[in-house]
Design a protein around this ligand. Structure first.
Ligand SMILES: Nc1ncnc2c1ncn2[C@@H]1O[C@H](COP(=O)(O)OP(=O)(O)O)[C@@H](O)[C@H]1O
Ligand SMILES: O=C(O)[C@@H](O)C(=O)COP(=O)(O)O
Length: 422
């Protein structure tokens, strides 16, 4: 197996978002959880997306894991590697987008294009500013994210704060002039000693230009939009066929569990709507943090519901409640305890036999998939932009179908629609 491209994703929902985009744009794709063992047997694919859980860990550790993943991908023939970050550039002043991009770029002498645009989910970049729908990033709900609150929309500024290397902007006007104009501008920037280049992109056609040009170099950093550009360029060059699995099976909803740890405005609304049709248990986060919460009770509640149909368990809360809890217990501890609680419930119920598991939230999905010990996924069809059905591969939970939903993705009826999808 020689890969056309590889990708390193900084969280699990981000990885399945990218894998889905690569798959629906013509590549055969597999997603692995962590860097696979050297002897792991993989089907014949064009791209491997290595899912890490490195978005909010210490920068040095994120760099170490990413370099490990890169080594594995290059050893399997990937001449281009995409470092997949969030389309809302989730990161802190210390990283990890800058430090990881620097380390990967230095390994191969790359001057990566950096572009988190994902127009299908209304993330666009203009004059280096990131927009979420009609709002600048710093005025969007991402300003209240529990782990990585985003308080600036200038990607040049954000990247410059995190990176050791000079950062430049590739404006939309140049992208619109096409491949040759972009190539000429990149030569000029390289001569000036630029280390990475924030690229504007508003439509998929902009990302197609960026994808074609990015393949001249060894590395790029971006979200699924750049993945789309890369996949279309590779699929055209190699005429590969798309091989998307569909979610086979009956619409029997027994054993279908939804776990939500995302506190995004989108997930909160999806939960409110799901509650009209589905049994929803909202965990008492304060009780869990002060040691009085009972995971066994929640598991027993779900077990009873799952025998009849679907069940939803959530820790999700609005920004004022998140801040209160974090002020009392510390943000890191809150995240750890609540992610652990949902992961524990997932493991207990999966061991007894679940048919479907839908998880909302990137960090939360990471905690759950790690606890289940799943090694890799085949990518099925897309339920919503960036949210595919995943089929567990490997030694553990191989019959389980999963959906890992980024907190901000999916329409208002996502949970009910995802459960009903065949
Ligand atoms: N009630 C709550 N209060 C504070 N933090 C919470 C609460 N419920 C969940 N969290 C934490 O918020 C974080 C949400 O992040 P994540 O799962 O990545 O969602 P998203 O995809 O929306 O970013 C997790 O670390 C989760 O444990
Ligand atoms: O690029 C995106 O927006 C997603 O793929 C993603 O990474 C979202 O992260 P979470 O919101 O933490 O799931």
């Amino acid at each position: 197996m020689s890969l056309s491209m590889g990708a390193i994703a900084d969280d699990y929902t981000g990885a399945s978002d990218l894998a889905s985009t690569l798959s629906s744009n013509g590549l055969r794709v597999i997603q692995t959880i962590g860097v696979p063992a050297d002897d792991m047997e993989l089907p014949d694919v064009d791209a491997v997306v290595v899912a890490l859980k490195s978005r909010s860990i210490a920068a040095a550790e994120a760099v170490r894991q990413s370099l490990d993943a890169e080594r594995w991908l290059r050893a399997r023939g990937a001449s281009h590697v995409l470092f997949k970050v969030c389309s809302t550039f989730d990161s802190t002043a210390r990283g990890n987008i800058g430090p990881v991009t620097d380390a990967l770029a230095e390994r191969t002498g790359a001057m990566p294009l950096v572009c988190p645009a994902f127009p299908r989910n209304r993330r666009t970049v203009y004059q280096g500013h990131l927009f979420v729908g009609g709002d600048r990033l710093d005025e969007s709900p991402l300003k209240d994210h529990p782990v990585t609150p985003m308080r600036d929309s200038s990607l040049v500024r954000l990247m410059a704060t995190q990176s050791r290397r000079p950062v430049a902007l590739l404006p939309l006007a140049v992208v619109r002039d096409g491949d040759d104009a972009v190539r000429a501008e990149l030569v000029r920037l390289r001569v000036q000693g630029v280390g990475s280049v924030i690229a504007d992109a508003v439509f998929d056609t902009d990302l197609e230009v960026l994808g074609r040009v990015a393949l001249d170099d060894t590395l790029s950093t971006g979200a699924s939009g750049l993945g789309l550009g890369l996949a279309r360029a590779l699929a055209r060059a190699r005429a590969v066929d798309s091989d998307v699995l569909s979610m086979a099976g009956s619409p029997d909803l027994r054993g279908s569990l939804v776990l939500a740890g995302s506190c995004s405005a989108v997930t909160l609304e999806q939960l409110d709507i799901a509650e009209r049709d589905l049994p929803v248990l909202r965990l008492d986060s304060e009780a869990l943090l002060s040691g009085h919460g009972d995971i066994a009770d929640a598991t027993a509640w779900a077990r009873r519901r799952l025998a009849e149909g679907p069940a939803v368990i959530a820790t999700s809360a609005p920004p004022d409640r998140v801040l209160e809890l974090q002020a009392r217990h510390g943000a890191k501890r809150v995240s750890e305890v609540l992610e652990d609680a949902l992961a524990d419930i997932a493991l207990r119920l999966a061991t007894e036999g679940l048919s479907r598991l839908i998880v909302a939230g990137g960090e939360t999905s990471g905690a759950v998939v790690d606890r289940l010990g799943i090694e890799a996924f085949l990518i099925g069809h897309e339920l919503a932009p960036g949210v595919p059905v995943l089929f567990a591969l490997g030694r553990r939970h191989a019959d389980l179908r999963l959906v890992l939903k980024s907190g901000n993705f999916g329409g208002p009826d996502f949970f009910v629609d995802a459960l009903r999808a065949e």
